[in-house]
Ligand binder design. Structure first.
Ligand code: NAP
Length: 346
């Protein structure tokens, strides 16, 4: 992992980046900022009108408009065949090479009290947030790694290989997931959503370790780095949709939450990726809560590791009181307003 003071570990000039959920919100702003840095950008979503508008918005900021390219793909990324098709179409558009970077940004939230949640919403949340990441990762990692694995298996079967000279390292490939504050700490009203975002963090941690296997076995391949970005609350379509179903209780528990524009959140996420972070918090409060649950997650070099470890000791103590305070608020709410989660009307 990179050290605290190292050079840009996420160079995108001339790279091709595919962003699911790139037509609005965080994904759109990330696409625009990456285009400003010289990337070719492919955005994926379901609504074709918003995708076309998104491409116009992103391409306006290209730093080399004569050479940079932009493309959109209409797809619902909650199924494995669609994710495989997206990667195949992106590869064909990119002259036969799979995209160098994939950012899984699409997602949605349905924050309601557990027993009031329609039962199919639990599956919808996992499909929208977790399985979209699993299917996209499966498709892109196979595109990146499978040819070398198959080629080396075929070579080993036929002839012994002379020890090759150490190859010059190629720029890394990046697979990026999008989590949430509730990947680390959830509370009343987020049961349908938070497990899907916590699962993404676990997927990210274990996949990033697994990638060491391929890096060591195939040193001639670009290394694959796996990251998860944790956005702060952003005033986007997703937030508007979730606020329509959220209870007054959950809104009260969220009070004091830091709200960032999707533009600033994307800027912070990209800056974290550039500095080599594997888990990328976009606000101080998310960083603090993250440090309290990091366990064996990659901490990004000695100094950043030291900082997160000391931060974690402090936050661990604070979290004990936060949990106590939140529990008290929920009990007080139940006594005053009943169990609907809504303010009792007189
Ligand atoms: N907003 C927040 O406060 C907040 C906080 C923490 C984490 N996040 C996470 O950050 C990410 C981006 O959120 P946002 O607020 O920027 O969202 P947003 O503005 O609502 O955009 C969501 C994007 O995902 C696409 N999308 C949704 N479902 C899809 C599907 N099944 N297949 C393909 N595309 C799909 C949408 O386009 P179509 O509808 O046209 O498909 C759109 O492009 C999400 O993963 C979200 O969970 C958001």
């Amino acid at each position: 992992m990179g050290s605290y003071f190292s050079k840009n570990q996420f160079p995108v000039n001339g790279q091709t980046i595919l962003i699911t959920g790139g037509s609005t919100g965080l994904g759109l702003n990330a696409g625009r900022q990456l285009a400003e840095k010289g990337a070719n950008v492919i955005i994926v979503a379901r609504n074709v009108g918003k995708l076309k508008e998104g491409i116009r918005y992103i391409s306006k900021c290209a730093c080399s408009p004569e050479t940079q390219r932009f493309h959109h793909i209409v797809a619902d990324v909650t199924t494995a065949p669609e994710c495989a098709r997206v990667v195949a179409e992106a590869t064909e558009w990119n002259g036969g090479c799979p995209p160098d970077i994939v950012w899984c940004c699409s997602g949605s939230a349905h924050p309601t009290l557990f027993i009031d949640t329609p039962i199919d919403q639990f599956q919808t949340m996992m499909d929208s947030n977790y399985f979209s990441c699993v299917y996209m990762s499966h498709a892109i990692l196979n595109a990146w790694l499978r040819p070398a694995i198959d080629a080396s298996a075929a070579t080993k079967e036929t002839e012994p290989q002379a020890k090759a000279a150490k190859p010059t390292p190629l720029p890394a490939r990046h697979l990026i997931f999008t989590g949430s504050f509730v990947s680390f700490y959830s509370f009343a009203g987020f049961t349908p959503y938070s497990p899907s975002k916590a699962a993404i963090r676990s997927l990210s941690d274990s996949l990033s370790q697994e990638m060491n296997l391929y890096a060591a076995a195939h040193p001639d391949l670009p290394r694959v780095r796996v990251h998860t970005v944790f956005p702060a609350t952003m005033p986007t379509q997703s937030l508007e949709d979730e606020n329509r179903v959220k209870t007054d209780l959950t809104k009260a528990l969220e009070e004091g939450d830091q709200i960032l524009s999707p533009e600033l959140c994307a800027r912070r996420a990209i800056s974290g990726l550039e500095s080599g972070e594997e888990l990328v918090p976009t606000s101080t409060i998310i960083w603090a809560v993250m440090t309290s649950v990091m366990g064996g997650s990659v901490r990004g070099g000695f100094w950043r590791g030291l900082e997160s470890t000391v931060g974690g000791w402090i936050t661990l103590i604070v979290m004990v009181f936060i949990r106590w305070e939140m529990d008290s608020k929920v009990r007080k709410w139940g006594a005053e307003h009943g169990s609907s989660g809504m303010v009792k009307k007189e």
